[in-house]
Write a protein that binds this ligand. Structure first.
Ligand code: AMP
Length: 359
């Protein structure tokens, strides 16, 4: 295990709030952070030591960036694979580009999960509305059309409740790389945040329950209100995924939980820290952000245990105007991401509350 000493430089591709919270954890452990992203005045560089503003395809800027840091990671999964490969020629990048490639395409992601013997929703890759119509004969209604790439927070998705919805849903996606996915009648959605160190050690946080509003995460409750056997099964599945891809860093696995078999189906895998793990900042000895920094720097992983219940609420758009009120609430851990433009649907901050006596 090659461990980086404090004072070393960590490069982060992407400048959003996840990069910001990674940079704060890196600083806590004595590292310097260099952010690389096209956008100026981004949340991450406000708390970092250096920033490069350039496109992800700019070879000259990437090479200069790679040579100025000791290790590189990324905070969102739509970074071009070629960018990571380019940096990887001179500087270690974690997680590796292979996992990025798998997770960027819903088809390869689902095939990979199924190959490990883990369930997903039934799916079929299609490229025309006619193929989608055929796929629906097997998959049945309702179903969801999803673009294979670049979908997030419900974007690039359309529900198809009956045959009459097909054409409209198809045109809404405006893509010829689509999967038709069976609609899962789930009771709740959970995620498991797992971390793997360079020496192969794996740790998982308790499964967390996630509620969405307008397709955006609204509330996370940790631990998820499911029985222990199901919690253990979710953790077992997340471990199986993370150890099968030579992974280093934090990986998030989202599941649908149903009352009938199969009780757990993987919806998505994110090769990064995740919004549903923000509660770990206050609730656990080492947060998801700190675990990721520890992993990529070759340090031992930290504790994931916590007592009681944690609830994290996102502050979306205008919600951020409640900040003063939240600050006067004893026990509310308030986070502002430093974004100046308040826009509907934009993640502006979050608040975590701990209930040590619950559970
Ligand atoms: P995704 O972008 O795939 O994470 O989907 C966003 C949200 O849409 C999920 O968190 C679910 O609430 C819902 N959703 C996605 N796919 C399905 C599905 N196959 N069945 C039921 N709900 C779904």
């Amino acid at each position: 295990m090659r461990s980086l000493s404090p004072g070393s430089n960590i490069g982060i591709l992407g400048g959003g709030q996840l990069g910001r919270m990674l940079a704060i954890s890196a600083a806590q452990l004595g590292y310097s952070v260099h952010i690389y992203c096209p956008e100026k005045n981004n949340p991450a560089e406000q708390v970092s030591n250096a920033a490069t503003h350039a496109e992800y395809e700019n070879e000259e800027a990437l090479s200069k960036f790679a040579n100025s840091v000791d290790v590189v990671t990324y905070e969102f999964e739509n970074i071009p694979v070629e960018t990571v490969n380019m940096i990887g020629r001179t500087t270690p990048v974690y997680p590796n580009s292979e996992v990025l490639k798998i997770s960027q395409d819903r088809l390869s992601e689902k095939k990979f999960i199924n190959k490990l013997g883990i369930d997903t929703a039934p799916f079929k890759a299609v490229s025309t509305s006619e193929e989608a119509r055929h796929a629906l004969v097997d998959i049945g209604y309702p179903a969801v059309f999803k673009t294979r790439r670049f979908g997030y927070d419900g974007k690039g998705q359309a529900i198809v409740r009956s045959e009459t919805d097909i054409e409209q849903a198809w045109s809404a996606l405006n893509s010829d790389k689509v999967i038709v996915e069976g609609f899962v009648e789930f009771d709740l959605e959970i995620s498991v945040i797992a971390v793997r160190g360079q020496n192969g050690d794996i740790k998982c946080f308790a499964p967390v329950e996630n509620e969405h509003k307008d397709h955006i995460l609204d509330l996370s409750i940790a631990p998820a209100r499911i029985d222990n056997a199901l919690k253990e099964d979710a953790i077992k599945k997340a471990k199986k995924i993370i150890e099968n891809i030579d992974y280093v860093g934090v990986l998030t696995v989202e599941f649908f939980v149903s009352s009938s078999s199969p009780r757990l189906r993987v919806n998505e895998v994110a090769p990064r820290v995740h919004n549903s793990g923000h509660w770990t900042i206050e609730a656990c000895p080492a947060s998801q952000f700190e675990q990721h920094i520890r992993a990529i720097c070759g340090l031992p992983l930290g504790g994931t245990d916590f007592i009681g219940e944690a609830r994290m609420t996102n502050l979306i758009g205008d919600d951020i105007f409640q900040m003063t009120k939240l600050l006067s609430e004893a026990g509310a851990h308030v986070h502002h991401y430093g974004k100046s433009d308040v826009k509907p649907g934009r993640k502006m901050g979050h608040v975590t509350r701990l209930y040590p006596n619950n559970g």
